[in-house]
Write a protein that binds this ligand. Structure first.
Ligand SMILES: Nc1ncnc2c1ncn2[C@@H]1O[C@H](COP(=O)(O)OP(=O)(O)OP(=O)(O)O)[C@@H](O)[C@H]1O
Ligand SMILES: [Mg+2]
Length: 366
């Protein structure tokens, strides 16, 4: 989850002018349009109420004296039913007291009808600023809630993983002793493999959870990237992963020396390779390509697969912890990868490649 841009796009703001003096309303619409707002004008309170729902304005300019209702009533109604809309009442000198009453009833401000263009624009900009602040506040609150939830989930997961880890190791050791004792009858081979596979899955899960919930203590050391990549690929192959996958590794010599924490980097590569492997399960062509090159002061590492790629709408979501589309996934792989890359001062992103498949790009500063 990221904070939205601090800049508010004024041209995306919708403005509704409820004013029965048609000339004045149109004049205002023209002035506001110069700031880029999307403006609609209506002449009565009834029409205003109808348009409110379909147009969804951010700002409403409301005349205090409408033919079918008082603007004050409309403001009070809106501050109850749609408090997010900023209302500015339009008033002449004769109705200045009502304007003050409207502000007390919840209007954001009032605008004198004989105000010059500058005044109208200033009032619109103030409202736009307020909307921006409100949005930032809502954003921050949501971010904070999200962080708190994550912290809580993290703690719970860590406790659970810790509790599972010890018995799991015990069971696995007992199983090995048991298998040694009974020998290996051929009819039991499938069963044994299936048990071992499930153990590995469970173990991966517990390791990921433990890794995710503890603070990362990154120690950067010079590492030979090609060696690290080869060793992770070999490790995955020894676990029966990346079967029938063609590996294409191309690491430019000048990109081969990285300063990273090798323990964490290994976890990061493991997760990306594992994802690629899982994504290609049903593909006819199975290729895992790993490329690295130098560009000025960064090393760029690309990991490509020939799986189905990532649907556009999921491109940001997949990096969130616990987001998974797999029945057996935990959704921690990419969240952990992001954290590791972050701690190295780098960035990770995903995109689809032409044809088919996904590409994960890591940018790592020196
Ligand atoms: N190479 C890829 N191709 C297509 N989709 C991918 C790829 N890598 C990740 N994804 C999508 O991103 C989601 C999140 O990946 P992530 O590694 O965080 O969790 P996971 O693989 O589902 O579970 P875990 O890694 O915890 O076992 C995946 O469920 C999948 O939908
Ligand atoms: Mg994964």
């Amino acid at each position: 989850m990221e904070l939205q841009s601090a800049e508010l796009d004024q041209s995306a703001l919708r403005v509704l002018v409820i004013e029965d003096n048609r000339d004045f309303a149109e004049n205002m619409a023209e002035i506001l349009a110069t700031e880029g707002g999307q403006v609609r004008t209506v002449g009565t309170a009834t029409e205003g109420r109808r348009v409110l729902a379909e147009f969804g304005p951010d700002i409403c300019f409301i005349d205090l004296r409408l033919p079918d209702d008082s603007g004050e009533t409309l403001v009070a109604e809106l501050s109850r039913t749609a408090p997010e809309i900023l209302c500015i009442v339009l008033t002449g000198n004769a109705t200045i007291h009502s304007a003050v009453a409207a502000v007390n009833a919840g209007a954001f401000g009032f605008l004198l009808k004989d105000m010059p263009v500058d005044g109208i624009l200033a009032s619109f900009r103030r409202a736009a600023e307020r909307i921006q602040l409100e949005r930032q506040k809502r954003n921050l609150e949501a971010l904070l809630r999200h962080r708190e939830q994550l912290a809580m989930i993290g703690q719970m997961s860590a406790t659970l993983a810790h509790e599972i880890k010890n018995p799991l190791t015990g069971i696995s050791q007992a199983l090995e002793i048991l298998l040694d004792a009974v020998g290996e009858p051929p009819e039991m081979k499938g069963l044994k493999n299936s048990i071992l596979q499930r153990f590995r899955n469970l173990n991966d899960l517990v390791e990921d959870l433990l890794e995710f919930s503890k603070p990362l203590n990154v120690r950067r050391r010079p590492v030979e990237l090609s060696g690290l990549v080869d060793s992770v690929l070999a490790e995955l192959r020894s676990e029966n992963r990346l079967r029938e996958v063609e590996l294409k590794v191309a690491i430019a010599p000048e990109a081969d020396r990285l300063r990273v924490d090798d323990v964490h980097f290994r976890i990061l590569l493991r997760n990306l390779f594992r994802n690629a492997d899982q994504a290609m399960e049903k593909s006819e062509l199975r290729e895992l390509r790993v490329r690295a090159r130098r560009e000025q002061v960064v090393t760029i590492l690309e990991i490509e697969d020939t799986g189905p790629g990532i649907p556009d709408e999921l491109r940001d979501k997949i990096f969130e912890p616990f987001y998974t589309t797999k029945t057996r996934g935990t959704g921690l792989g990419l969240a952990l990868a992001t954290r590791i890359v972050d701690e190295h001062g780098g960035a990770v992103s995903a995109r689809n490649i032409k044809g088919a498949g996904a590409r994960f790009t890591l940018v790592l500063p020196d």
